[in-house]
Design a protein around this ligand. Sequence first.
Ligand SMILES: *Cc1c(COP(=O)(O)O)cnc(C)c1O
Length: 407
Amino acid sequence: MAKQVGECTMWCWHDRNGFSRIINVSGTMTGLGSSVTAQSVCDAMCDATQCFVNMHELQARASDTIAQLTGAEAGFLTASAGAGISLSIAGCMTGLSPARVEFLPTRPGVKSEVVIQLGHLCGYGAPIETAIALTGATTRPVGQSTLTMDHQLEGALCERTAAALYVVSHHVVHYGQMPLDRFAGICRNAGVPVIVDAASEYDLKGFLKAGADIAIYSAHKFLGGPTGGIVAGSRGLVHAAYLQNMGIGRGMKIGKESIAGAIAAMEDWLIRDHDAIRQEEEEALALWQAAILDIPGIQANIVPDPTDNPLSRLQVNVDPALAGTTAAAFSRALAQQDPAILVRSHEVELGYFQLDPCNLLPEQAQIVADTLQYVLRAGPEITELSGDLERARNGGVDGYLSWPGGG
Ligand SMILES: *Cc1c(COP(=O)(O)O)cnc(C)c1O
């Protein structure tokens, strides 16, 4: 039985189209439409849709903005960060040769290996290995899942190495991995370019400063832009990656409206009141924590972001013996409310879920607090335990398999 909460104005678009009402407290998720953009971003996109433009000029303007934002020499926009990874690797393989661009992915040439720490071979909705394979390169993992030593990286770098890929993310193994400055130093000694996947990081300058040749960001995550990928780095490598639009990049095309929107989002980021936003997020966390303070078996703590983004989350630990149900069952029950409260549940098998405040829309914090209190108080009365962990683990696939029959 769903509890009816919420105001019409917030849900007009959903109701008119018959879409499920959802409140996103899970983070920035492709499956939830990534980002909600500021009005300035909408305006920039709308203007662009109504004009023709020389796309190289538009991308050159994007390059200036990306340079200002990241400290890089140059940059461009593509369909997504995932696309940016493929294009950057391909650029390291082809250089500025249009002929070699057309050879990919079937004739990759001698430089056709991408070195990556085994603990960085993550997924973000798709395996990162797929982003490498799309270029025609092969993945060369180094180290073991929870440990990379210097000699292992040194030993893997050779005349076949096209690039070394480094991932900064909560998706990767959190200990035993080589720090970026060390990784980049070893690669620099071997003349191998370093590409950093920093898709979901606030730090827009630090990875290039630490020695990366290219850093890749999502335009649609913290930046709040339209869906897109930002490739930033040294002029020659960025240019070589840009050339891939004549080859494997064609299927990763970004439109003029998204480039214009991403430029506006980057400009907005430079003048945004980051402290005020953080303050609002902290207030939401305190509200939610207070709402579930005295519920048996529930212990809620505010925790920092694992990769040091300036962001905290509320971690709700569930003791099944006292609560009568599990963290996985609670997170599922929250998703069955109306509006659905979609929490961060990729670690539910450890006995908790998290609430991420960074995508809240006005007036949603209170709805989350009320619904959270209702569901956690109701406990086993409204949760269903069977197969909860398997469902949580395999959940990302269900929506694809059951489409278009409703998720
Ligand atoms: C989100 C994410 C990606 C994918 O980004 P898209 O722009 O959605 O393609 C890649 N790597 C990491 C670490 C991510 O968090």
